[in-house]
Design a protein around this ligand. Structure first.
Ligand SMILES: [Cu+2]
Length: 250
């Protein structure tokens, strides 16, 4: 190949890598992206995800190398002296060590994942309905203060405890940019703690029902508004129960 041809190929290659990287990065952000975290729990999930992704790529590359060796050598492949070593090593020892290490590492920091290390400063009752979400904001005594549907407000940088239940069938409450999901089960209250450390910036934060619950399941989503202290207080006042009708909260 001439040097000009070589240069052109290199430029094309660089361009292709840049385009691929840009596409990858664009794919990482989004209102429901688990790898665009806006809180500590989702941050932890994203870290674990990236480590598992990198590990999977390395293992996949190793398998491809083995396949290529087998294909290219064909009948010239030497017979292994002790094939059982490969089976025990690759089939038992390797996965046990890797999965064991992942389990320990994933469990070590579970307080950050579950939010249990931090006392919640707000409590929201979440009720799944076919097909919308209802949020009731409780006061310190546990009485409902305000209510909203399809829009969830959260105080910025403060831990919120969600008490999740359902009025009809099983739903699943999930805000991918803030943390893991939790089932909403009729007659049961499941707790989940999440903290939003920023309002999502240019990309909004959205929640989604993650358990098929009937025909309109896909439309059972909600917006998350992360509010600073003043806006949070104003939100609670504006959405106070009975504020519209009687002019005063109960
Ligand atoms: Cu659903």
């Amino acid at each position: 190949m001439t040097s000009t041809g070589h240069r052109k190929t290199t430029v094309h290659l660089h361009g292709a890598v840049l385009v691929a990287a840009a596409l990858l990065l664009v794919g990482c952000s989004g209102p429901r992206s688990i790898i665009d975290p806006a809180g500590p729990s989702a941050q932890r999930i994203a870290e674990i995800w990236w480590v598992m992704f990198a590990g999977a790529v390395v293992i996949w590359a190793g398998v491809v190398v083995f396949i290529l060796i087998a294909l290219l050598r064909g009948e010239n492949t030497r017979e292994l002296k002790k094939p059982q070593r490969l089976i025990v090593g690759g089939g038992l020892v390797f996965p046990t060590v890797v999965l064991g290490a992942l389990l320990v590492w994933g469990t070590l920091d579970s307080k950050r994942l579950t939010g249990l290390g931090e006392t919640p400063s707000a409590v929201v009752e979440v009720t799944g309905h076919q097909w919308f979400w209802e949020f009731r904001y409780l006061d310190d005594a546990g009485a409902p203060l305000a209510v909203s549907r399809e829009v969830l407000a959260m105080p910025l940088g403060r831990m919120v405890e969600f008490r999740i239940t359902s009025a009809d069938v099983i739903h699943s409450f999930w805000i991918p940019r803030l943390g893991g999901k939790m089932d909403a089960i009729p007659g049961r209250v499941n707790r989940l703690r999440l903290r939003a450390d920023h309002d999502g910036g240019a990309t909004p934060i959205r929640g989604q029902c993650a358990e098929f619950c009937g025909l309109a399941h896909a439309h059972m989503h909600f917006d998350v508004r992360v509010l600073d202290d003043d806006a949070w207080d104003a939100w609670l006042r504006d959405n106070a129960i009975g504020a519209g009708a009687a002019g005063a909260a109960p």
